[in-house]
Design a protein around this ligand. Structure first.
Ligand code: HEC
Length: 216
């Protein structure tokens, strides 16, 4: 009895917290695993041995996960080149947020929400580059505060709206900041540009008036 008891206790409690290389004995698999093909793998089922399939011949992509309306609509709306890319058809930056973005207060709110979710952690709540990550050696660009030295977008070399839109779409040149084209649709990206402009005039206005105060 004693040996059985010790054996049971050790087998239940004795190895808790230990890691093992071999997979555990599974009485019930609990849906831990799923039979599926991962991207870019071989699948003998098809003549070309590729698990990834091309779209059916003669079909065209209409919309994606970000704009489902287009998928089923008989009259899909794609927006102009300017609206989608931030560039004109001859490759120049779009100077101002395109009218198609429907600029109003709701766009500003959308931009605030988007900025707080996607940008504030690095660039700071007010866009001055002092987000949480800046305390850990990352140097996000100062986007709003002209009183700080460095790369204030407005004073160093004014960035047109399209260029900021492009940075949100594709990320920064060094790719420390990643693009968000897979997470935000064009209107949501323009919304962030709009909010960033508001931050710039707010922070810029505040620091300018402080400096004026000092002078007088
Ligand atoms: C992971 C942190 C991080 C996040 C999140 C982030 N940025 Fe950046 N951003 C940076 C860094 C760092 C730079 C400086 C350029 C570099 O080193 O890549 C930068 C540069 C920029 C630039 C200048 C682009 C360039 O090529 O220099 C703009 C504009 C900008 N960010 C806007 C935004 C906006 C708007 C968002 C939110 C949609 C955002 N960033 C989110 C870290 C971030």
């Amino acid at each position: 009895m004693f040996i059985v008891l010790v054996g049971t206790l050790v087998s239940i409690l004795g190895f808790r917290g230990k890691t093992a290389k071999s997979p555990p004995l599974e009485v019930f698999p609990d849906m831990d695993r799923q039979a599926k093909y991962k991207p870019q793998v071989v699948n003998d089922f098809y003549a070309d041995n590729r698990a990834d399939r091309l779209p059916v011949q003669g079909t065209a992509l209409r919309g994606n996960g970000l704009n489902l309306e287009n998928v089923f609509s008989p009259t899909p709306i794609f927006g102009s080149v300017e609206f989608r890319t931030g560039k004109t058809s001859d490759g120049q930056w779009v100077l101002n947020i395109p009218k198609e973005a429907d600029i109003d207060l709701s766009l500003m709110r959308m931009g605030q929400e988007g900025y707080d979710i996607h940008c504030a952690i690095c660039h700071g709540k007010y866009g001055n580059g002092l987000g949480v990550t800046s305390q850990f050696g990352l140097a996000p660009r100062n986007l709003s505060d002209p009183s700080q030295s460095g790369s204030y977008l407005e004073s160093a070399a004014p960035w047109p709206d399209g260029q900021i839109y492009n940075a949100i779409t594709h990320g920064s040149a060094s790719q420390i900041m990643l693009g968000l084209k897979d997470k935000l649709n064009p209107r949501e990206r323009w919304a962030i540009v709009l909010y960033l402009r508001a931050l710039q005039s707010y922070v810029g206005g505040a620091t300018n008036s402080e400096e004026k105060g000092k002078d007088s």
